[in-house]
Design a protein around this ligand. Structure first.
Ligand code: SAH
Length: 222
């Protein structure tokens, strides 16, 4: 794995990206530090190495994309992560967002519906020394055996708010989920106030790849 080398050139580019993110409103020092700690180019093709620290989304295989750095930072900021929190992520994709959450000290559980991406992300996370639990399965079903989660982050565009994910959110917990049927989604922050009470607040408009149900009932959740 030749591209898993982090040079001074990469580190310098990361510093520039971080100052851009700061100017765009990402203010939490721990998040900016996490963007320095996680080399984004590890999660992309070697051919895209030079572009890894530009604020753009790129193909990662299986027709999926690694999200814009700003989108990852923005969702992470809304998530209000604290060390040791149990976080469920839907859409492991490249594993970049997963790594940012690990760098913030969270205990991360992440689900991906494409096996190829699930396997590749696992290898990079291991290389970085992050021990997130990854699962190949359908994010609509969540991961009941580890519920409740302090935080849930959905990194694909959901057609609605999946009821299983609401059930698996701890009381007092926060879910960040982009919701919308078309090409664009509204970023929603959902807070569970009590067993049956949820409030939500809408933030900006974003473009995510769609959250799709799995073709096969692989690996049913425990
Ligand atoms: N967090 C990722 C973003 C990848 S794009 C990153 O940092 O790279 C969103 C991912 O969600 C894609 O990999 C897609 O395959 C996945 N996805 C879509 N629907 C899903 C579902 N129902 N369950 C799990 N993953 C899903």
């Amino acid at each position: 794995m030749d591209h898993l080398k982090d040079s001074y050139r990469h580190q310098g580019k990361r510093k520039i990206l971080i100052s851009e993110l700061r100017q765009m409103g990402i203010q939490i020092p721990e998040i900016l530090e996490a963007f320095y700690a996680v080399p984004r180019h590890f999660f992309m093709d070697l051919a895209l190495d030079d572009l890894a620290y530009t604020n753009a989304a790129f193909q990662i295989g299986s027709g999926q994309t690694i999200s814009h750095p700003y989108t990852v930072a923005y969702q992470t900021q809304l998530l209000e992560v604290k060390p040791k929190m149990k976080i469920l992520e839907i859409g492991t994709g490249s594993g970049f967002q997963t790594s940012i959450l690990c760098a913030l000290g969270a205990k991360v559980y992440s689900i991906e519906r494409h096996q190829e991406l699930h396997v590749k992300a696992g290898a990079i996370l291991k290389h970085l020394g992050y021990d997130a639990r990854l699962r190949y399965g359908d994010g609509f079903l969540g991961w009941p055996s580890y519920a409740p989660f302090d935080r849930i982050i959905v990194t694909c565009g959901a057609p609605n708010i999946p009821s299983e994910l609401k059930n698996q959110l701890a009381v007092g917990g926060i879910m960040i989920i982009p919701v919308g049927e078309g090409a664009e989604q509204k970023m929603l922050k959902i807070i569970r106030l009590s067993d049956g009470e949820f409030v939500d607040e809408a933030f900006g408009t974003f473009k995510f790849v769609p959250m799709l149900e799995s073709k096969v009932s692989m690996n049913p959740p425990k």
